[in-house]
Design a protein around this ligand. Sequence first.
Ligand code: PLP
Ligand code: COI
Length: 344
Amino acid sequence: MNQSKKAMDWGNLGFSYIETDVRFSARWHDGDWDEGELVASSEMRVHEGSPVLHYGQACFEGLKAQTAPNDDILLFRPELNCQRMKRTTERLLMPTVPESLFMNGVESVVRANAAWVPPYGSGASLYIRPFLVGVGENLGLRPAPEYEFRVFVSPVGPYYKGGGLSLIDLAVIDLDRAAPKGLGAFKAGANYAGGLMATQMAQSLGAQEALYLDPAEHRFLEEAGSANIVLKMKDGTIVTPESESILPSVTRRSVMTLASDVLGLNTIERPVELLKEVDDIDEFAACGTAAVISPVGKIRVGDHWYRFHGNGESIGPTTQALYDHLTEIQKGEREDPFGWTRAV
Ligand code: PLP
Ligand code: COI
């Protein structure tokens, strides 16, 4: 074991907060960003009137760092997280975090916490959480007078219990995650507060997460509480739901590229009418930074459980191949023909 690493049981981490040595903090004030700095304290001091506390003016991102066989620390497509945060900040009337500040925040906090980056082969990774909150003295409903951009990291294992490539189940709940023309396509903190009850209801039905249908008609497949959906249809086509109210997942975009350009499969992003098409689905997968690619064994709609590949009890070969290609590129085990990884 690498002596410069913390003494952790890397193989048995869950997806929980572990306090690391430092985090990055930058402030926006009077129209300008300061250059930001690494800070020791995991506590933030904010004014009691801060818009983030009352009106939810907050957004965040999530990405991972992994250790390659040569001990390089690799980030996966961080520029896409920066671009997505820019879209979210525009929607929430928050100042955009310049790309140089975003990248410096992410890279400096990973570098300074190198001892917390799980070693190669451990199966764990370093989760990176950049976020932006509106702070400062305020009462009326208006954008905040000041902002704090922070990045902290935490070593993590699998998001879902059971780990790695274990099968998960999803349940459609009678609650919406997003509204038409609402915040669904943005990584606004408020979306997640709204989803807590749906997740709890899904879990009470024995599923891991809620599966959402479109908020206008409740006919079309959207996404899960923390992951997008990718389907392999029985005709071999790879389909991902097209919708204006789902988060544009970095993982899903990467998986679709791997499916078409590496596996040579026919891929399409289009509306998926769930009940009409459910019997045409062979493999059902949830994908995201935390979820990676999680095969979905079954989904509950109404009172019925619909089962996918292998009667909902085994991982389909296409899901397995996509998982292997994606995770091997992320860990630097496989050639990265798209230039997706970036060494810190
Ligand atoms: N959908 C939601 C609602 C999410 O919170 C996430 C996680 O970030 C995703 C999808 C997956 O996105 P990404 O692959 O960019 O992590
Ligand atoms: C991620 O996958 O990065 C997310 O933000 C999901 C979150 C709910 C853990």
